[in-house]
Design a protein around this ligand. Sequence first.
Ligand code: NIG
Ligand code: FE
Length: 417
Amino acid sequence: MKTLIKNIKKLVQTENKIRLKVCGKDMASINSIDNAWLLLNNDKIEDFGEMKNLNLDTLSIDKTIDATGKMVFPTFVDSHTHLVYAGSREIEYIDKIKGLSYEEIAKRGGGIINSAKRLQDTGENELYQVAKLRIEEIISQGTGAVEIKSGYGLNTEAELKMLRVIRRLKETMPVEIKTTLLAAHAVPFEYKGRQTEYVDLVINETIPAVAAEDLADYIDVFCDKGFFTVEDTDRILMAGIKHGLRPKIHANELDYSGGVQVGVKYNALSVDHLEYVGDEEIEALLNSETMPTILPGAAFFLGLEYSPVRKMIDAGLPVAIASDFNPGSSPSGNMKFMMSLACINYKMLPEEAINAMTINTAYAMGLSEKLGSVAIGKKANIFITKEIPSIEFMPYAYGSNLIDTVILNGEVVVSNC
Ligand code: NIG
Ligand code: FE
């Protein structure tokens, strides 16, 4: 099946040579082609170019889409979510409005522990159905690949249940999915005061059980003040790596936790959140293959410090942006809104934000050879915008749905036109 998209006002984020990530000052530029065409062959990008060089005689086309006035982007890649969960937590949102902090809510048995209780009582099928709806929503908002974490199970059986739900989503949904085991998301209620025993359980029981069923790609730990220590993280990452799980961790959201350094030590694919980043963290990241990832939705929703993104980019680092879609700190997986937050709150240029949520998040999912840009041979995952004046209009019009058509694996899965 060959699909030709023609008369594209701007074909955004094109690459002739595939790059794994974009760093430092290079983040401020995006390759694009004005007045372009794009040819999809089944689930792959076959070719693209300028309209004046389109030779229809040599192509056999099954379907043509006219994109006059519209732009084409590679779909967003969301490299950090917790979108399998049972029930929303808007009551805590009100507690927050009244002045309680994230840590105070967690201490009262709210937060992650609250979600864990609800998830343990919910069946696999129901969890699948609600997560499926969330994935359908983010697809309609332009996301074509998503990482999903466990971490609301907090015992081996419930973590396995979450991961089996993610496996079923992987098998049935058109988005590309990567799975991360986050058993060390919080210390479960019944282990209060016995944190090391819970870490032992994760290492000796949960990780081997997950690996035996091949249910995860990556291992995560919430390494932060009031949650897991550097020593806990060290032990868990080592155990995960022994079972073939590369780290991708939560770090430095609530304090200078040492999370960045321990992540880099174990060659984490990414370290995520990063509200607390100073010279030492930047230095560690500069000599690494670890993608610094910010989560603007969580910082916005919780009213946290903003990560020093300008400082990181100016130091030559790459930066990725993900949604953190979860019921407690970021109840939205809308990547276009994350783009607006990144530009407004972190002073990122639209081009930097686009690189951060396409190619750099693809890197943070181990997928930049097949997603994150428009390049020959990459997956045919793209979206067509409504008629828009410029790429800057995407983050500028922060409340408008500007996505017209979403194509995943070469097939139209959303059409608003
Ligand atoms: O990434 N920071 C840790 N975990 C999630 C929050 C999950 C929750 O509150 O349910 C996050 O923000
Ligand atoms: Fe998270």
